[in-house]
Design a protein around this ligand. Structure first.
Ligand SMILES: [Zn+2]
Length: 165
């Protein structure tokens, strides 16, 4: 998702909380469906080393997660999974000499730090423990009864050259 310039002026890119509120109408009566809500502006806050925006975007994402959890509590058939594909810029939280919380950064890009995975709802057991990030879509596909995921690549077609006599 592109970086937002201003939450109030950029209507083309909804905040994750707006997206989730609007998406309550997307929950179709299909037996199984998948919906992804990305809190990408948290990443942009990290790239900008903008502590306040990172915190604000995290709180907005938290509101979206709250909506999803409340839906799952009512629905009792919905699995909510919250994770990240990476951490950005090595956000550090520490205490200063007066024991106040301070935030800082120790990198200039995405980091290889582990990210948490949280899940709520039926089949939650599949997301406990430690996973490679590529396991997550495979588990979701299995739960959605996809037969083969990821789909195998098509074999390259042999090049048949015309033989001229
Ligand atoms: Zn990024």
């Amino acid at each position: 998702m592109p970086k937002r310039k201003d939450d109030k002026q950029d209507n083309a890119t909804p905040c994750s909380d707006q997206l989730n509120a609007e998406s309550n109408e997307w929950f179709a009566p299909e037996p199984k469906f998948f919906m992804m809500v990305e809190g990408s502006q948290i990443d942009w806050g990290g790239h900008d080393k903008d502590r306040d925006n990172t915190i604000r975007q995290t709180l907005l994402f938290d509101m979206a997660v709250k909506e999803a959890i409340e839906f799952a509590q009512r629905d009792k058939k919905t699995l909510v999974i919250v994770t990240a594909d990476h951490e950005t810029d090595g956000l550090l939280l520490n205490a200063d000499r007066r024991n106040r919380l301070v935030a800082g950064w120790n990198s200039d890009d995405h980091t290889a730090g582990d990210v948490p995975i949280y899940a709520f709802g039926p089949e939650v057991i599949h997301f406990s423990g430690t996973h490679d990030i590529t396991d997550i879509p495979k588990i979701i596909a299995r739960l959605l009864d996809f037969i083969i995921f990821p789909a195998p690549l098509k074999a390259a077609q042999p090049v048949v050259e015309a033989v001229r006599n």
